[in-house]
Design a protein around this ligand. Structure first.
Ligand code: PXP
Length: 244
């Protein structure tokens, strides 16, 4: 069965909107695991806009399934990964201005640094995945760099419709076949949701989807009814106590 890695960055984004302590991504990770998630994914960004160092440290000791750290190849975060030793590190590009990871890592132009980082992470027994676009040159270079996994950036697939979407879907499937042929293990993520996931389950070799936004968005809606009811109860109980 294809595994599900739940990306909990979005929980931390809500917390950081108030710079407070709720909702805690550590609690979200535990609930996701209790509900059957096969892994927990977090991105420690250079600007710490959502996940904080404290989250990563606690998650390292509380995640029972598998911790996947998305990270840029910046020295500061490479050192943190070597120390924290997640089960998997997914190397991603990072731009300060972007809303989210907007494209795959260019492993062709960044090959020297990526090669060095892969070597260092593997030395710590961390599986290394490269988050790349479904592009022939990127897949071939990933195999040459001896990454364990590639994660296909499914953003273009998710954000297109009609003929363009068909083309993107075919591109993903073809590149997954190539990746498997070259000995790479295959994951995919970005923009996957409850509807489009059905179109990628048949990708060659697909082992895991990493999904965040869609799951957290749904959680807000399916959990809202209970949350409102609980607040009404809290108010009513407080009023009753005051009258006693
Ligand atoms: N995989 C990677 C490498 C990502 O950077 C992201 C976005 O944080 C995801 C998966 C999850 O994408 P989404 O939040 O759109 O499901």
């Amino acid at each position: 069965m294809i595994k599900l890695g739940v990306n909990i960055d979005h929980v931390a984004t809500i917390r950081e909107a108030r710079k407070g302590c709720e909702p805690d991504p550590v609690h979200a990770a535990a609930l996701a695991e209790l509900s059957g998630a096969d892994g927990i994914t977090v991105h420690l960004r250079e600007d710490r806009r959502h996940i904080q160092d404290r989250d990563l440290k606690i998650l390292r000791s509380t995640v029972k399934t598998r911790l996947n750290l998305e990270m840029a190849v910046e020295e500061e975060v490479v050192k943190i990964a070597e120390e924290i030793r997640p089960e998997m590190a997914t190397l991603v590009p990072e731009k300060r201005q972007e809303v989210t990871t907007e494209g795959g890592l260019d492993v062709v132009s960044g090959k020297e640094r990526i090669k060095e980082v892969i070597k260092r992470l593997k030395k710590q027994n961390i599986l290394v995945s490269l988050f790349i676009d479904p592009d022939k040159k990127q897949v071939e270079k990933s195999a040459e760099l001896k990454a364990d996994f590639i994660e296909f950036h499914t953003g273009c697939f998710a954000n297109t419709v009609g003929k363009e979407h068909e083309k993107e879907t075919e591109r993903l499937h073809l590149m997954a076949e190539l990746a498997v042929k070259l000995g790479l293990r295959v994951n995919a993520g970005h923009g996957l949701n409850y509807w489009n996931v059905s179109e990628v389950v048949s990708m060659a070799g697909i082992e895991e989807f990493n999904i965040g936004h869609s799951i957290i968005s749904r959680a807000v809606l399916v959990g809202l009814e209970r949350a409102v009811r609980e607040m009404k109860d809290a108010i009513r109980n407080a009023e009753l106590l005051r009258k006693i």
